[in-house]
Design a binder for this molecule. Structure first.
Ligand SMILES: Nc1ncnc2c1ncn2[C@@H]1O[C@H](COP(=O)(O)OP(=O)(O)OP(=O)(O)O)[C@@H](O)[C@H]1O
Ligand SMILES: [Mg+2]
Length: 323
């Protein structure tokens, strides 16, 4: 079996809202696939249909070779899910939650204890395994949820915002483990995240979705190449933007308030020239194109849900619109 997942015109409508529209995706066995998009794009709805929690309005899909409409039980037994909303049982301890899950998913008795110990260690919950989940912090519940999703070593693992709200070290630790699982066991992973750098580092391919439709889908590096270069931010009011057109490698020029944003191939090599044209510059920032830029390029919107903090770059990225 080459494809772990194949969707055919998968569509979900909620009354007048089309949450997912004609989704056609093939995800290979062992692939780490990212679904990226702003709030309300249709990521959770897509995952819910693939996990057989929601019924599509139209279209269908196969997961692990099973049809989500005709063989939902088989689909469920062959997958792991980490929901965006916590679903672990509050009135049980962490350990009891994991034991129940292991039995439900038929983890063999001989390996059950080892598997539970391994995932507890992964998420750093050994010392609290006998506490009731209702006494856990939000991050601890999230970690238990992850431990549970990984426990039975599913062929396909769905992770909906798995590391949201976790501290950076735990996040990194978990991503490394997920990557290892995927590589060693050819586990297919479908994840959503708002952490762009994580998607970039981890995913073999990402699909950027907006308003229920795939805007673009490719390997992160190929997508970033499509942006056409590095991004240069200049805080200046002195520059004549037309002059940047003289530099062949500048593929895009945008102006936002007191800032100019350039897309430049090999920006480092042209920085001197750019600064000479710019006149008095209060601040310069140069960085490689990110998946965030890819999204802005294709949709004219920013992808990130978070608001608030931010230096010049964040502020401009948030406010920036193209086309
Ligand atoms: N049960 C429901 N009833 C009505 N509308 C729904 C329901 N579930 C989702 N929607 C709508 O479908 C659209 C897609 O929602 P979905 O939860 O899939 O987005 P998402 O991409 O997961 O967003 P987020 O990043 O916020 O998690 C939204 O407009 C949402 O309001
Ligand atoms: Mg969601």
């Amino acid at each position: 079996m080459d494809n772990a997942i194949k969707t055919i015109n998968l569509t979900k409508k909620f009354k007048d809202i089309t949450a997912v529209e004609d989704l056609n995706v093939e995800i290979k066995q062992g692939e780490i696939f990212g679904l990226l998009g702003p709030n309300g794009a249709g990521k959770t709805t897509t995952i819910s249909m693939l996990c057989t929690i929601l019924k599509p309005t139209e279209g269908s899909a196969q997961v692990n070779g099973y049809d989500i409409l005709k063989e939902p039980e088989k689909v469920r037994k062959s997958i792991g899910i980490v929901f965006q909303q916590p679903s672990v049982d509050d009135i049980l301890t962490g350990l009891e939650n994991l034991r129940l899950h292991a039995m439900w998913y038929g983890v063999p008795k001989e390996t059950r204890k080892n598997r539970i110990d391994e995932v507890l260690e992964l998420v750093g919950l050994q010392s609290r395994q006998n506490s009731l989940v209702k006494t856990y912090s939000g991050g601890m519940r999230r970690r238990l949820e992850l431990a549970r999703g990984l426990l039975h070593l599913p062929n396909v693992l769905f992770l909906d915002e798995p590391t949201l709200g976790l501290d950076p070290q735990t996040r990194e630790h978990i991503w490394k483990y997920i990557e290892k699982m995927s590589r060693e066991r050819e586990m297919t992973i479908v994840l959503t995240t708002h952490y762009m750098e994580e998607a970039d580092n981890l995913c073999d391919r990402v699909a950027i979705i907006d308003q229920g439709k795939i805007v673009v889908m490719d390997a992160p590096d190929s997508l970033k190449e499509k942006v056409g270069g590095d991004i240069v931010y200049l805080k200046t009011t002195a520059a004549d933007t037309n002059k940047f057109k003289e530099i062949e490698e500048v593929s895009k020029i945008e102006k936002k308030d007191d800032c100019i944003i350039l897309t430049v191939k090999n920006a480092g090599e042209h920085l001197q020239e750019i600064l000479e044209i710019s006149g008095k510059v209060e601040r310069v920032e140069v960085r490689s194109a990110s998946l965030e830029d890819v999204f802005i390029n294709y949709t004219g919107k920013e992808i990130r849900a978070e608001t608030g903090e931010g230096g010049i770059v964040q502020r401009i990225i948030k406010e920036r619109t193209v086309r």
